[in-house]
Design a protein around this ligand. Structure first.
Ligand SMILES: Cc1cc2nc3c(=O)[nH]c(=O)nc-3n(C[C@H](O)[C@H](O)[C@H](O)COP(=O)(O)O)c2cc1C
Length: 377
């Protein structure tokens, strides 16, 4: 009842995409969550950025056991991957040697918060050209229906993906990124405003979407950043988008893998409690403003380039979580966080969003026809 051409392209029933979401050492997006969204008629998406290729493959196969509907895999494919193409252990050694102040700061924060260093993240590679190439290879080998490439430029993977029937969606945070995604040959573009949880650019959703739509021409645009209910979906459609990509709303899905402490932080958070910093990944990201971020800010050290900062913080977050200190680890969420308090089944989130969008569009039609003077909330 709410189809757009994007639904035909992705072979889904309603234009709601659950965003890929990873956290240190884990994914928010369990196979159960991805399958529940796809089974409800939307597109579920596995956030696989931090997964080893073997783990990714297992998760993709687990999703296939739970649904025969299309789904996606989201990977971080940065355009300008700074830093070396080295295993995590060697990056650690480089940090100790080349950035002793950063290494020392994190050691002092372990002590300050009473967290015992316990080996950090055990995965052999952090984000690096080697890992990304291996991850993309798994997506293509497994012929995942939709590959979402965040941050950068997936152009090098598009021909192979298309040969294997894989649709490619690129993420843009500014109109010129949309133009770059077009040149890369993507099938659709996610235009994400800075209200979003996770990595963000500098532009807000409202000015971004119509400009991305204009830049994209006949390629469908999917709106993201601050969209979590049917009113947001209706607004996105009004701006020319053909669907929405929602992260924060699905943090509150029953099937999502979010630590209880993170949910408690978010359930009490207001929009000003989710702030942008480079502390957790080296790229600007919107996360809950916890005591760890405050302590780093107080120290006044600029975070390192992406790969180094991520290795440094992956270790701290893994050790903090192993010690039960989830309150200190990365907890990404967007500015709509205050709209959500209770957990709900993912299918209910999708269904409610569709019903509210239809009601909003009906109310707007009545407004146009002069039958009503206001749009229902
Ligand atoms: C907890 C969390 C983790 C995220 N992890 C990733 C990720 O690994 N890769 C990615 O491309 N985007 C990631 N994002 C961004 C989402 O994919 C999506 O673009 C964003 O959540 C949309 O905005 P919204 O949060 O306002 O709905 C993350 C977002 C959240 C909230």
């Amino acid at each position: 009842m709410l189809r757009t051409p994007l639904c035909d392209l992705l072979e889904i029933d309603v234009p709601i995409l659950q965003a890929g979401m990873a956290r240190t050492g884990a994914s928010v997006t369990t196979p159960e969550l991805v399958a529940a969204v796809s089974n409800a008629g939307g597109l579920g998406c596995l956030g696989a950025t931090v997964m080893t290729p073997d783990h990714m493959r297992d998760q993709i196969r687990a999703i296939r056991r739970l649904t025969d509907r299309p789904f996606g895999v989201d990977l971080l494919v940065p355009r300008d991957l700074e830093g070396p193409d080295l295993p995590r252990d060697e990056v650690r050694q480089e940090i100790r040697r080349d950035y002793p102040d950063h290494w020392q700061l994190v050691q002092s924060l372990y002590e300050h918060f009473g967290v015992r260093p316990a080996g950090g993240n055990p995965d052999p590679y952090a984000i690096s050209p080697t890992l990304i190439r291996q991850q993309v290879e798994v997506v293509l080998e497994e012929r995942v229906p939709v590959f979402v490439s965040a941050l950068g430029d997936p152009g090098w993977a598009v021909p192979d993906a298309h040969d294997r029937g894989v649709r490619v969606i690129g993420v843009a945070g500014a109109p010129r990124h949309a133009a770059r995604q077009l040149r890369a040959g993507v099938d659709a573009i996610i235009a994400q405003g800075q209200e979003a949880g996770g990595h963000v650019g500098g532009m807000a959703t409202l000015p971004l979407i119509p400009q991305a739509v204009d830049a994209a021409g006949s390629v469908p645009v999917i709106a993201a950043g601050g969209i979590g209910d049917g009113r947001g979906l209706a607004a996105a459609l009004a701006l020319g988008a053909q669907g929405v990509w929602c992260g924060t709303a699905f943090l509150f899905a029953r099937e999502a893998n979010v630590p209880d402490l993170h949910l408690q932080q978010l359930a009490q958070a207001g929009w000003a409690d989710v702030t942008v910093s480079r502390i957790y990944t080296g790229k600007p990201g919107r996360t809950f403003d916890n005591e760890f971020k405050a302590a780093w800010r107080k120290a006044g050290l600029e975070p390192l380039p992406m790969q180094y900062q991520q290795v440094l913080m992956d270790d701290f977050c893994a050790d903090a979580e192993a010690a039960g200190r989830h309150d200190l680890s990365e907890n990404a969420a967007g500015q709509i966080v205050e709209m959500f308090v209770e957990q709900r089944p993912a299918a209910e989130i999708v269904d409610t969003m569709v019903a509210q969008c239809v009601a909003t569009l009906d109310a707007l039609a009545r407004l146009r026809d002069g039958e009503d003077s206001e749009v229902a909330g």
